[in-house]
Design a binder for this molecule. Structure first.
Ligand SMILES: [Zn+2]
Length: 333
């Protein structure tokens, strides 16, 4: 069936070709994809949308983080443990953002239960459950959900909003961290999310920000575009408008992420150092045969040496209102 060229955020047909790009970070395909810009809301999107079969091939094994090593090498396991400590440390501002919402709802004597859609292997949910918050997670990756269940003992299910495993259950908080940009029809998706929230329930959503200085400087090389996995890329205003049209009231936003912003700059400039790309290559047998523990340690050292000076740069961008990511709390009306 021929796809119609309309903006996936505002439905305007006034979209123009912007640039072509390929999978720079995971190398899952050599195809190039055409990105269009909506002249009405400035959203940039891939058109035509790849088929579901193609989309699933863009998410290889190793896409979701796990601390195991297919070959059970001692050096790799030690490295993964250190990585786990780092990942939990940089999640702190996500956690603080959520805790502020939890405290507000508790102050209003509202019950608290949180669903993380796109929960991956469950590190964030594990941190929240350790703080006494009732949580559950949903992800399309069976590999990730199995990990979250077996390692963290979390209530996680494989599925999506169309194949929702909890039938009539609703939640007081739903989180979408780096999910909405992967969805071909974000309007319909937010409508389905809203149905899973109780009246006055809260949506917390984070996406890469197309209004960022990183995108302005790096263009198609920017990690935040992550072609062909990110189907729709939002500037902050377009995301807020979309939330408003989908029945949400924006309450607050945060334009800095300790986990994501400096890392996006670094991965854009040095894709070979990108941790997700390395994790995927780690799972590929040919790459594993070529790499040694020593070369991986050198890449770790290079990554963290460059990450430290990138953090203040990313912080300056966000203070100027042009951070690489935007995190929003919005209430269902
Ligand atoms: Zn638009």
């Amino acid at each position: 069936m021929k796809q119609e060229l309309v903006c996936p955020a505002c439905e305007s047909p006034d979209a123009i070709p912007s640039f072509r790009a390929t999978d720079r970070f995971l190398g899952t395909t050599s195809r190039t994809f055409q990105l269009y810009r909506c002249r009405s809301c400035d959203v940039v999107f891939i058109f035509p949308t790849p088929s579901n079969q193609d989309l699933s091939s863009f998410y290889p094994s190793g896409y979701c983080w796990a601390d195991d090593d297919p070959l059970n090498r001692r050096g790799v396991r030690a490295r993964k443990r250190l990585e786990d400590i780092y990942r939990r440390f940089v999640l702190q501002d996500h956690i603080q953002f959520i805790l502020r919402t939890v405290r507000r709802l508790q102050g209003e004597s509202r019950p608290i239960d949180l669903l993380d859609i796109g929960c991956s292997s469950g590190t964030l949910l594990h941190e929240l459950s350790r703080r006494g918050i009732p949580v559950c997670g949903l992800d399309i990756s069976e590999e990730a959900v199995t990990y979250a269940r077996e390692v963290y003992r979390l209530e996680c299910e494989v599925g999506d909003l169309e194949h929702f495993p909890w039938k009539d259950r609703t939640f007081s908080i739903i989180t979408l961290f780096h999910v909405l940009e992967h969805v071909a029809n974000p309007r319909a998706f937010l409508g389905s999310v809203r149905k899973r929230l109780r009246t006055g329930g809260v949506l917390i959503v984070q996406v890469p920000n197309l209004r960022s200085w990183q995108f302005r400087c790096l263009g198609r090389r920017w990690h935040g575009l992550d072609v062909p996995r990110h189907l729709v890329n939002f500037p902050e205003t377009a995301l807020k408008d979309l939330l408003g049209r989908s029945g949400f009231q924006v309450l607050r936003q945060k334009r800095f992420s300790l986990r994501d912003d400096a890392a996006a700059l670094l991965s854009s400039l040095f894709p070979v150092l990108d941790p997700k790309g390395r994790s995927v290559r780690e799972r590929s047998e040919t790459a594993r045969a070529k790499s040694s523990g020593l070369s991986e340690m050198f890449l770790d050292f290079a990554y963290f040496s460059l990450l430290l000076p990138a953090v203040p740069l990313a912080l300056c961008d966000s203070l100027a209102g042009h951070g690489a990511t935007i995190m929003i709390e919005a209430q269902s009306l």
